[in-house]
Unconditional design. Structure first.
Length: 731
């Protein structure tokens, strides 16, 4: 039976050992809280670390823990050594990735031993998961602790459905590139079939880094890798709204707190976070102090309840934050406090769930002003808890949640005046307006709750899987190849069309660097020596280059996407007379684009002009290509010219001439027993389309195609051709 295997660094339950006794308690944090309800409704199993270091548990304790987790929490744990806990969790995860991905570059440490531990722990996860994952299971990996795991698993389980979700922001390329192990991290994540982020901004940042650092292109959320496609999309995480709206409690502690805080009819501002520098707690306190100065009428009239949940207490920056918060709270209370009024009520502890909801219900204003936050669930939980529809959410624009909760008062957390003004507005907001704003947001978070979020992700993962299967079904399998070989050997006359760049050789930064290598020479030699074979190189290149590089083989050729053809006799001719006078008009336009796009250049062929941008900045290249295309389309509208896009090129050439038409020069010549056409880009689609039904048309790479089959990479083309020539010797 198919299971969903959720994988995260920490399990939703934490195991602690106190005075020799083992204790189990619910883990705190967005991921654990958010996913626990979805997870209970699915046939699933959670794999992660339970919080105890391996050297702290004896053999029998380990078995008890494992049994209890399996039976009561459908979870499997692994044990991480204390040393790796320090280097991996407190180290690479929280001293390198966490600050860097939240734009706190000054806190980010780049140390080889931390990285090594990160690799080691990801491997440990992989190793242990391999014993658990069944052939039908789906694996959903969570968060920044396990970014190498998708690739590690993919290597061992090529057919398994793997999804990955990042709960924190993916930073812009300018930040991400600082990481010494940036390629490894990207490749690690790309092991997944589907990669999810909270917002489209993070998707953009990720695909941009992939393009710039690994050279993989993406279109409509699909990244074309060498051997498969990875999908990437935004899934703004929701919460279990019902859990918050239906929570009931009447705790004495809260009632007492309420009475004390509401003295003098005080308004209550609520601030709840894990104690983390990204949450902007210090800045929030500073802003609160500023607010009391700017609007003194609120002195004695408003209280800030500040809950800071202990987090990552082993990391120094967190310890320093704690100290600063303690001091700042003391200062504010010292400066403004009176006998009957304490401006800040500060609790450094984790609240039980029902108290948390009571607090949400008590706060007239929720001040959620992180400096950077992947999503921020507190903002959504506040709204979900307000069954009275009251309360005002003041939300930082740096939180992913701001994209969805635009009816909140959105602020820049670094702008003290703006936040202070927002507080004043919030505290004076009429009840009707509060309700109106909240209703819209509440409906939204109810609709896209955590279950919808997770189901949406699972649906997209299944879709990514079916795409992979579809592509997989057309990938030249062993059986199909055996059939192709059989047909090849049965044929007494064989016609073989081969595109050159991307099909027989990989792309090179400069077109003139893609010369045939000795392996290709040998292959073409063998293939063309067979008298039954008519081999045609059908390329977009100019005649001179083709002749220089391939003229010594017994091949037919077609140059410039079908403008020219050359039979084996060695004589070039044009398929139909065409002009090139138009070039004088188009060339200066392209030259302007060359000047504005460093790294791009023009290639001039007899009947076409090509603008290459492979070496330009990839994003600028794309923008300019689209601009140039628009300009050229305008200029060529009344001429018999076509503007077409290729792999990092834009080409203007004569209309009505293409590889498909050129191929007819050979296909019409006689009745062939065996026809094969192999190519990799859109210009080869004309070729595939022109092929008779029984021909073996083969697309190199992924992406939509009219070809019957796919192979992945030029190396695979060579293997296929090699196989054909080898078997010939055997027959
Ligand atoms: C990461 C990303 C992203 C807080 N105090 C108490 C308590 N909590 C619970 C809240 C909430 C969770 O902790 C905090 O979630 P956040 O989303 O605000 O922040 P992170 O922990 O940093 O989470 C974040 C999230 O992952 C999900 O993808 O939104 O951007 O950084 O659920 O309820 N729970 C209890 N007592 C507390 O005192 N019981």
């Amino acid at each position: 039976m198919q299971r969903l295997i959720l994988v995260s660094n920490r399990l939703p339950v934490t195991v602690e050992k106190r005075k020799g006794e083992i204790h189990f308690k619910q883990s705190v944090g967005g991921l654990a809280t958010g996913l626990s309800s979805f997870y209970q409704t699915y046939n699933s199993l959670w794999f992660g670390w339970c919080g105890l270091p391996s050297n702290h548990v004896k053999g029998n304790e380990r078995r008890t823990i494992e049994k209890r987790l399996r039976e009561h929490h459908a979870s499997h744990t692994l044990f991480i050594s204390r040393n790796d806990q320090r280097l991996f969790y407190s180290g690479f995860c929280n001293k390198t990735i966490w600050p860097l991905f939240h734009y706190f570059t000054e806190y980010a440490e780049f140390q080889q031993n931390l990285w090594q531990s990160y690799v080691r722990v990801n491997r440990l996860f992989c190793h242990q998961l391999l014993d658990i994952i069944g052939p039908e299971d789906i694996v959903w990996i969570h968060d920044y602790h396990l970014m190498l795991l998708p690739h590690m698993l993919r290597e061992k389980l090529p057919a398994t459905q793997i999804g990955f979700f990042l709960h924190i922001p993916f930073p812009s390329y300018e930040i991400f590139r600082l990481l010494p192990w940036r390629q490894e991290i990207l490749n690690g994540i790309l092991g997944s079939d589907l990669i999810g982020f909270h917002t489209y901004d993070y998707v953009r940042h990720f695909t941009s880094s992939v393009r710039r650092l690994l050279g993989y292109e993406h279109t409509f959320g699909q990244i074309a890798l060498e051997h498969r496609v990875a999908k990437v999309d935004a899934f703004p995480m929701g919460i279990d709204t019902e859990r918050f709206s239906t929570a009931q409690s009447d705790s004495k502690w809260i009632n007492d707190l309420q009475i004390k805080c509401r003295q003098n009819n005080c308004g209550i501002i609520l601030s709840i976070d894990r104690l983390d520098y990204t949450k902007g707690i210090i800045q929030r306190l500073k802003t609160f102090r500023y607010f009391l100065e700017k609007y003194p009428e609120f002195q004695n009239r408003v209280t800030l309840i500040l809950i800071a949940v202990p987090s990552r207490t082993g990391v120094r920056t967190y310890q320093m934050q704690k100290q600063q918060i303690d001091e700042m709270v003391g200062q504010i209370n010292g400066q403004f406090g009176t006998l009957g009024w304490m401006p800040v009520w500060y609790f450094y502890r984790q609240m039980p769930f029902h108290n948390l909801v009571d607090l949400y219900r008590m706060g007239d204003v929720a001040l959620v002003t992180p400096l950077r936050d992947g999503m921020n669930l507190v903002a959504k939980e506040y709204l979900a808890s307000r069954t009275d529809n009251m309360g005002v959410l003041v939300l930082s624009e740096m939180a992913g949640a701001a994209h969805e909760l635009s009816e909140a008062i959105i602020v820049n957390p670094n702008h003290m005046d703006e936040v202070a003004d927002a507080l004043q507005t919030a505290l004076g907001m009429p009840a009707e307006e509060q309700k109106e704003r909240n209703r819209v947001m509440q409906q939204r978070i109810q609709r896209y709750n955590v279950v919808t979020w997770a189901e949406d992700f699972m649906d997209r993962l299944a879709h990514a899987r079916s795409m992979r299967d579809e592509l997989g079904a057309r990938i030249l399998s062993e059986d199909t190849q055996a059939y192709l070989e059989k047909e090849y050997h049965r044929g007494r006359s064989r016609l073989i069309f081969l595109d050159y760049d991307g099909t027989l050789v990989p792309f090179a930064p400069q077109p003139d660097q893609a010369k045939p290598d000795p392996e290709l020479d040998g292959l073409l030699e063998k293939l063309t020596q067979d008298p039954k074979n008519e081999v045609v190189i059908i390329s977009g290149r100019d005649r001179e280059t083709l002749e220089k590089w391939l003229g010594r083989f017994n091949v037919g050729m077609s140059a410039e996407h079908g403008v020219w053809v050359m039979e084996r006799s060695g004589h070039w001719h044009m398929l139909e007379p065409i002009q090139d006078a138009w070039k004088d008009e188009i060339r200066p336009v392209m030259e302007r684009f060359v000047d504005r796009t460093p790294g791009s250049f023009i290639e001039e062929k007899s009947f076409s002009l090509v603008w290459h941008y492979r070496k330009a900045d990839p994003e600028l290249g794309l923008i300019r290509a689209s601009e140039l295309k628009d300009t050229l389309l305008g200029l060529t509208a009344n001429l018999n010219l076509v503007v077409s896009e290729g792999s990092k090129v834009l080409e203007v050439k004569h209309g009505g001439v293409n590889k498909g038409r050129a191929s007819q020069f050979w296909t019409m010549e006689k009745k062939w027993d065996f026809i094969m056409a192999i190519g990799d880009d859109w210009t080869d689609e004309d070729l595939f389309e022109a092929m008779p039904e029984h021909a073996f048309s083969i697309k190199v790479g992924v992406g939509l195609s009219k070809a019957r089959f796919y192979v992945l990479g030029h190396q695979r083309v060579r293997e296929l051709l090699m196989q054909l020539t080898k078997q010939k010797a055997k027959v």
